[in-house]
Ligand binder design. Structure first.
Ligand code: PLP
Length: 708
């Protein structure tokens, strides 16, 4: 723990507030930390734990005596206490059956705030948003994940051929992170243990608070563990299969043991993706230990388990060889009361007895199963139908709950101020009521446009700050400065492609006809600029080559600086981009995007989606709230997908998007465009918010499971 003694008692709870990420989605709390010391706030990367360690004693004494600061402090602390303690919540009114214990949520990654970089992408963002929304709705939730001190890599781009993406790993400074170590009853770091082959591995635990939600992060970096096992929890998504298996044993089996050691007994258990499925086995083992047969134990576990699958591509599911499984679970299956064959069958799919599939295990051990969008539900039922051979495809027992995003996290502060002014102070309480959003009509177009332009200026300043830092650290040339956005123009139509670089998302689709694209971007009166951001998985060489191609084009002065690549895509960069782009581009191969959530963030901020009809956009697009590229999933031909989609994309840009954007009133406001922004917000925000999503999980899955 940091040295707390220097914080004057009158403002002593700043420390507590800094250690609850509640502050990150409540603007008055962010303002409070800004007011503590603005330069330390910036230097800390908006991390108040780090900030408070750096603020001078004199400054703290000054603000502890400053009436305007104290008024702010008192009001934030009151709101904080009220929000964490208020008994009248949506949950209390609607989920009485669930009050016997918390919901346990298991996920490999969580994106709650950038000060805790333990996520790689969308799966983690979803998990983080669920933790926050559970708190807002008053739903008791305990979440379990991993403390990855090195997290996922940080990305830098350079001109070296075949080595465009550099991957940097930084060790997290635990003292500067919003985490608290939990100790065992005798002060020991290891709360519980799991056996990995013949080695007993101790598990340390860090607590992260996100409002009411408690997130427990497992950590093996403790002295009692032999050296290689200390590294186990160091990085996310290690390619090595054996280390992956060890991590998943730790998370699933270790995670249950950690909750038990802390005296927490959840009433329902939600597994986010197959990585977490061993949690179901461990709970079955507990029941067998209590005298149940495996069949009875499995039945109890199934009744209280919810499993959400996220991956519509077979290769994306976690599979371990049965040989590897045998090495780690010989001894464990006996404690489940079953033999080797019965154990391996739990993870078997089709005629591949050599594979143990984590998704199959999860489907078998959870009675409530869900996909993450309507279309993904259909794809998932088709994909896994062999597990229910007696059922027709549309009766395969896999439901869907379409993903959503946590609006207080993702709506720009400037825009939410407009919502507050025109829709009322309680707009967030009513965010999922579509009628509320009819009120957007009343907001003058000019007000929305000015707000959007201010946000675009913020993006520009962020780009310049990053560029200056890279320039000062040396080694970048003029073309690279251009590629980093030196020529970004706030007045120009800005189209953003910000997402993981991977083949199925087709980051190169726009470049199929280079000359046509060049004409669009460099049009002298109606130019367009493209912003790219995204990482390639370190071991995915095909997608690294795609990234290099895009980066080289951004370096090509023939595009006049209209293509830029922002390095190190993460939730911080994502905030700037979803707030201030004009158009949000998504070009997945059909049926391969399970949901996608960045487009929901963008649409809710008035950034117009231009996307293939896949994932959530197949539900979200209504014909008037953005654009669809090419045909829907039912009537396209895979063999011509790239060429027809690219042609459709260029046509839309040339004939509709660019002309509409530059159609201006005498005062410069593009009224029709702003009306489109309003339709985007009103049709997407109330539907694709995490609030709607979590209410559905609760009423359709958690409550029925708890009643059993
Ligand atoms: C929202 C978000 C994602 C997920 O969005 P997709 O549309 O699935 O790409 C991934 N990474 C970051 C940093 C995000 O903020």
């Amino acid at each position: 723990m940091p040295d707390t003694t220097i914080i004057p008692q009158r403002i002593g709870r700043l420390e507590e507030l800094a250690h609850n990420l509640w502050w990150s989605w409540h603007e008055p709390a962010r303002q409070l930390f800004r007011a503590v010391d603005y330069s330390q706030w910036r230097l800390s990367g908006h991390n108040p734990v780090k900030q408070l360690l750096a603020v001078s004693k004199e400054r703290l004494e000054d603000i502890a005596d400053d009436p305007s600061f104290l008024a702010m402090y008192d009001s934030v602390m009151t709101a904080f206490d009220d929000d964490l303690q208020k008994p009248q919540t949506w949950f209390a009114a609607n989920c009485a059956a669930l009050d016997k214990g918390p919901v346990a949520y298991f996920s490999m990654e969580y994106a709650i705030h950038n000060s805790l970089p333990i996520y790689a992408g969308g799966l983690g963002v979803l998990a983080g948003d669920i933790c926050k929304e559970a708190s807002d709705l008053g739903m008791p939730m305990v979440a379990v994940g991993f403390m990855f001190p090195q997290g996922y890599f940080r990305q830098q781009l350079c001109n070296t051929p075949n080595q465009c993406q550099m991957e940097l790993y930084h060790d997290l400074n635990f003292d500067e992170a919003p985490i608290t170590r939990l100790l065992g009853p005798n002060g020991e770091k290891s709360i519980t243990r799991v056996k990995l082959r013949n080695v007993i591995v101790g598990i340390g635990v860090w607590l992260v608070k996100a409002g009411r939600t408690q997130l427990y992060l497992l950590d093996t970096t403790i002295e009692e563990n032999p050296e290689p096992y200390r590294q186990l929890s160091s990085r996310l998504y290690i390619a090595d299969r054996e280390i992956r298996l060890q991590q998943e044993i730790l998370l699933g089996i270790g995670g249950v043991r950690v909750l038990r050691a802390l005296g927490i007994n959840p009433i329902v258990w939600h597994a986010n993706e197959g990585h977490t499925a061993f949690m179901m086995l461990e709970r079955a083992r507990e029941e067998v230990l209590n005298g149940k047969s495996f069949a009875e134990a499995a039945d109890l576990v199934q009744a209280s388990t919810i499993f959400t699958t996220h991956t519509p591509v077979m290769a994306g599911h976690d599979i371990f060889t049965s040989g590897l499984m045998e090495n780690y679970f010989n001894g464990y299956w006996q404690s489940l009361g079953i033999d080797r064959e019965a154990f391996l069958r739990l993870g078997q799919y089709g005629n591949t007895p050599q594979d143990f599939n984590m998704t199959v295990l999860a489907f078998k051990m959870a009675r409530q199963r869900s996909a993450v969008s309507k279309l993904h539900g259909k794809v998932t039922r088709k994909m896994w139908r062999p597990l229910w051979p007696e059922k027709p495809e549309d009766e395969v027992p896999i439901d869907y709950v379409t993903n959503g995003v946590h609006m207080p996290t993702w709506i720009a502060t400037e825009l939410s101020a407009l919502f507050r002014k025109h829709l009322g102070d309680n707009w967030l309480e009513r965010q999922d009521d579509p009628k509320l959003w009819d009120g957007l009509e009343k907001i003058p177009e000019e007000a929305i446009w000015n707000c959007h332009q201010r946000l675009k200026l913020k993006l520009l300043r962020e780009i310049l700050t990053r560029m200056r830092e890279r320039w000062l650290s040396g080694g970048i040339n003029g073309n690279q400065m251009m590629a980093m956005g030196a020529l970004f123009d706030q007045q120009v139509l800005t189209i953003t492609f910000a997402r993981r670089f991977t083949e199925y998302k087709r980051p190169g689709l726009l470049f199929r006809d280079i000359e046509r694209l060049k004409r669009i971007l460099t049009n002298p009166t109606q130019p367009v600029q493209l912003v790219f951001a995204g990482k390639s998985h370190p071991a995915d060489f095909a997608s690294k080559a795609l990234l290099e191609k895009v980066y080289n084009l951004a370096n090509d002065s023939g595009f006049q600086g209209r293509i830029m690549f922002i390095e190190d895509y993460d939730v911080h960069v994502s905030h700037y981009l979803v707030h201030s782009s004009d158009v949000w581009l998504n070009t997945p191969r059909r049926l391969q995007e399970a949901s996608g959530t960045s487009g929901m963030k963008a649409a809710s901020n008035g950034v117009i989606n231009l996307s293939v009809l896949d994932g959530w956009w197949n539900e979200g697009f209504n014909g008037t709230n953005g654009w669809a590229i090419g045909k829907g999933p039912d009537s396209f031909r895979a063999d011509e997908e790239d060429s027809t989609d690219a042609a459709a994309l260029y046509d839309l840009l040339e004939k509709e998007i660019v002309p509409l954007y530059y159609q201006r009133e005498p005062d410069g406001v593009p009224t029709e465009w702003v009306r489109l922004m309003k339709r985007s917000i009103s049709s997407v925000l109330p539907v694709f918010c995490a609030r709607r999503m979590l209410k559905q999980y609760a009423s359709r899955m958690y409550v029925p499971a708890a009643k059993k």
